[in-house]
Design a protein around this ligand. Structure first.
Ligand SMILES: Cc1cc2nc3c(=O)[nH]c(=O)nc-3n(C[C@H](O)[C@H](O)[C@H](O)COP(=O)(O)O)c2cc1C
Length: 346
């Protein structure tokens, strides 16, 4: 079916260096816990394939953990190491590619101690090495790039945030020093995969333990904070917010993805409550403004170049055909997100 003209900007192709996508819709990474003993099976492959078949431009997998004893505390979260898990992921890649989709794994370490103060230099070197090995494995088994999970209070973010990093060595003490671990992880991954394999870094100001946290309280500090990460080799920043329409700093309507793009010159992905409100459908139909921002303002911001890609989480978890329905104007068929969707891998 043809693309409904009103949503055309969401379905325009996108290129950034080696990354070529057929449209702007990204499936946000969502932990599902359906990989017994860390091995994603054919049901996981079919779950991602359904989204690829239905017009999602880029899939970011659920967080999948590096080869480190403390990387995960949940047995059904997929591993990104070991023969069985990597064979499972190779099957996922094959299925998504067969459906014409693109997919990157979200490489994760949960940072189970709650802070990063106890790690020795040797631990740090080992962790960096494990991230690089995961990046190399992703490339080897045919993924289209990687996303590093540097958000939401997990390991990489624990180094970034002053509340969880009280180190007094080169990895802590100042904002710049707190970026060092993330920058070294990015650089090691870059070294492992070469210049033409996309590296996405997901960041958030907010933490699972504190929705109001700010890594960088001003645009100036955010710029300083992002510079070493860009320098280390990030191709694209995935800017995690809970509501895409919220301004990041006073005095400008730019959201987090807007600021990161402006400050780094790199393309960005926005995310947060796209397609969740019932207003979404109504606005779509009537083309009206409202207090909560619907599709109109999303499209406007996208067209203005505030950000480049739009990640969709819960709406796509609920409805594998969400993107296709939006593209074809079948908005009366969109299924609203309900928590029961978490129980199955549909
Ligand atoms: C069930 C569930 C699991 C999630 N797991 C992850 C994850 O593994 N990694 C991550 O970076 N974000 C994770 N998130 C956050 C989403 O990627 C996304 O940023 C968030 O849901 C907001 O987007 P939405 O409003 O479109 O759902 C998860 C969200 C949900 C609902």
């Amino acid at each position: 079916m043809s693309t409904s003209s009103s949503v055309q900007p969401l379905f325009a192709p996108f290129t950034a260096g080696p990354l070529h996508l057929k449209n702007r819709i990204v499936m946000a990474p969502m932990t599902r816990g359906f990989s017994p003993e860390g091995v994603p099976g054919p049901d996981v492959a079919a779950y991602y394939r359904r989204r690829a078949e239905n017009s999602v431009g880029l899939i970011v997998t659920e967080g999948t953990v590096i080869d480190h004893p403390e990387a995960s505390n949940q047995p059904s979260v997929p591993h990104f190491h070991g023969e069985a898990a990597l064979a499972g992921w190779a099957r996922v890649v094959e299925d998504v590619h067969a459906a014409g989709g693109k997919i990157v794994p979200q490489i994760w370490h949960m940072g189970t101690h709650g802070d990063v103060n106890h790690f020795t230099q040797e631990d740090i070197n080992g962790l960096i090495q494990r991230f690089a090995e995961a990046a190399a494995a992703a490339q080897r088994i045919g993924f289209d790039g990687i996303e590093l999970h540097g958000a939401h209070g997990y390991l990489i973010d624990q180094f970034l945030w002053e509340q969880t990093n009280a180190r007094t060595d080169a990895y802590g003490g100042s904002m710049l020093a707190r970026t060092r671990f993330a920058a070294e992880v990015v650089a090691a991954c870059r070294e492992a995969v070469g210049p033409d394999f996309p590296i996405i870094l997901r960041l958030s100001q907010w933490k699972s333990s504190d929705y109001t946290a700010k890594l960088a309280p001003t645009p100036e500090l955010l710029g300083e904070f992002l510079a070493p990460l860009t320098e280390a080799g990030v191709d694209l920043f995935h800017c995690s917010t809970r509501r895409f329409w919220e301004p990041e700093f006073e005095g400008s309507s730019l959201n987090f993805a807007g600021w990161v793009k402006k400050l780094t010159g790199k393309p960005t992905i926005t995310v947060g409550s796209v397609g969740l409100d019932s207003e979404f459908t109504r606005l779509f139909a009537e083309g009206q403004g409202a207090e909560r921002e619907g599709i109109d303002r999303l499209l406007e911001r996208l067209e203005q170049g505030e950000f480049d890609l739009v990640a969709v989480g819960r709406a796509l978890l609920q409805d594998p055909a969400w993107a296709a329905k939006v593209r074809e104007g079948r908005t009366d068929e969109l299924q609203p997100f309900g928590a029961e969707a978490l129980q199955t891998l549909h």
